[in-house]
Design a protein around this ligand. Structure first.
Ligand code: AMP
Length: 112
């Protein structure tokens, strides 16, 4: 069973694509938690960061670099937050690794 993110990568369902390369895709989140909310998703279907393997290290590095590129392109000059939810307690709802890029408002700490 493919996840919703695999379907977006394969163009089986639509999304607003902000960036794409051979390793990952960045889309706008359909239920934004801030004025800017993007997701950076590897094309390889790694279920979650807790299950990433040693040979995923370049992919994971790429996700973070692309997250920063997206933040720059979205003009989040006053700052932004990068989030990876992992498992039930982490708040993960889609079992395909993704990096949230959230900005455009003041973030609080600790996160909810
Ligand atoms: P998480 O809860 O960390 O697994 O994040 C999943 C994210 O995917 C949530 O922020 C959802 O709003 C987002 N999402 C789910 N379906 C779609 C979709 N079709 N297009 C864009 N974002 C989506």
């Amino acid at each position: 069973m493919s996840t919703i993110f695999e379907k977006i990568i394969n163009r089986e369902i639509p999304a607003e694509i902000l960036y794409e390369d051979s390793v990952c895709i960045a889309i706008r989140d359909v239920a934004p938690q801030a004025p800017t909310h993007a997701l950076v998703i590897p094309k390889k279907p790694i279920p979650r960061i807790g299950e990433a393997q040693e040979d995923d290290v370049e992919t994971i590095g790429r996700l973070l670099l692309v997250a920063a590129k997206v933040a720059h392109a979205e003009r989040l000059d006053n700052g932004f937050r990068i989030v990876i939810n992992n498992g039930d307690h982490g708040g993960e709802t889609v079992p395909h690794l993704h990096v949230h890029v959230i900005g455009g408002r003041q973030m609080s700490w600790p996160p909810g």
